[in-house]
Ligand binder design. Sequence first.
Ligand code: UDP
Length: 411
Amino acid sequence: MLQSVDVGSRSLDSYSQFMGSAVIEELRATAAPLSGVRVLHVNATGYGGGVAEILRSEVPVLRDLGVVADWKTIAAGDAFFAITKTIHNALQGDPRGVTKEEWQAYEATSNAVAAQLEESYDVVVVHDPQPLALPHIRGRGDSVWVWRCHVDSSQANPQVWQRLRPLLDDFDAAVFTLGSFAPPDAPINRIEIIPPAIDPLSPKNMPIDDGLATSVLEWIGVDTARPLLVQVSRFDPWKDPLGVIAAYRTVKQRVPAVQLALVGSMALDDPQGWKVHRQITSAAADDPDISLFTNLTGAGNIEVNAFQRHADVVIQKSLREGFGLVVSEAVWKGTPVVAGRAGGIPLQLPDGTGGYLVDSIDECAEAVLGLLADPEAGDRLAAAGTELVRERFLLPRLISDELRLIASLLG
Ligand code: UDP
């Protein structure tokens, strides 16, 4: 039910090549008083989606800083994750509610998970709704409890929110990506705003040269001599893959050589993925220049790295979004992004930086066409975006913000 993820330890110093040693030294000073503090992160899955991505990078560095950090995931079946996906969607405003039977199943799994949480921690950080009931069921003990909500919950479905809201009474603080994401009546005194970050050392983001990126893509069947549009996302309706295909079709009328790759991971906690995968397959069936890649057919971190680096334009046409790590991942690699004006994406693409924000399929197609016609303009945007990511969206900044919060909660 509750599974430890083995991640080892990684030196913070290796990040100084990206941001200079002053930032690193400051972070060490912030962490010093927390040496030996026991911190547990709990989320739903060890791979697939942004939360797993962040924890895989963050937990090893916390250990290097002297924090006794653990990461555990919920090993439950599809039925539980189907319910928690409904809850996740409802937090994002989806009107579909949760039935009585589904709440009972949610509670039953939460009880089983809580029973396995035997060790005591100074701080437990619970990510998103899947482990939300833990302190309620288990009792707070001597721990400080933090809810790290990655979802825009500002317009949560009232039926679901009324049910989740009492669970928040047991938390000391809640962390959101943007101030506007917090439900207005969240019963928590302390609300912190901390945007996520990417790890420049991970295989997905590490520097690789153009030759290697090209070889990787050719090996998996991409024609690297022709223009390439890429969206990297879970197969999820909020990521609007069908809208991406529609925008690509408009672009294709003016740039016949263009190709589209949709790269999507199948997250363990996202049973909706296969349904969306089938919709995309049928929408793309008539066009051999649209390709689908998944982690299950070998599109892992290095492939994503190569796609984001080599693409002429990365698209992220989200309709709703938490943060959208993929946006920072792409601009960090020098690739311009055309993305939906949703959730945390505008934080990453302020005017003249990184790419363009769009509100429709037509705007998306126009922005992509503009970048294909003027690659130097795209390079300039991406270069400004890279600097913004360096300053605001790299892992050490995230760890620093979180450690400051933990220090203040522990008093
Ligand atoms: N991702 C991946 N392979 C895929 C699709 C997504 O590795 O086929 C990664 C992506 O690179 C990013 C994360 O999953 O690091 C998705 O995070 P994001 O914040 O963009 O969206 P979320 O899935 O959390 O809604």
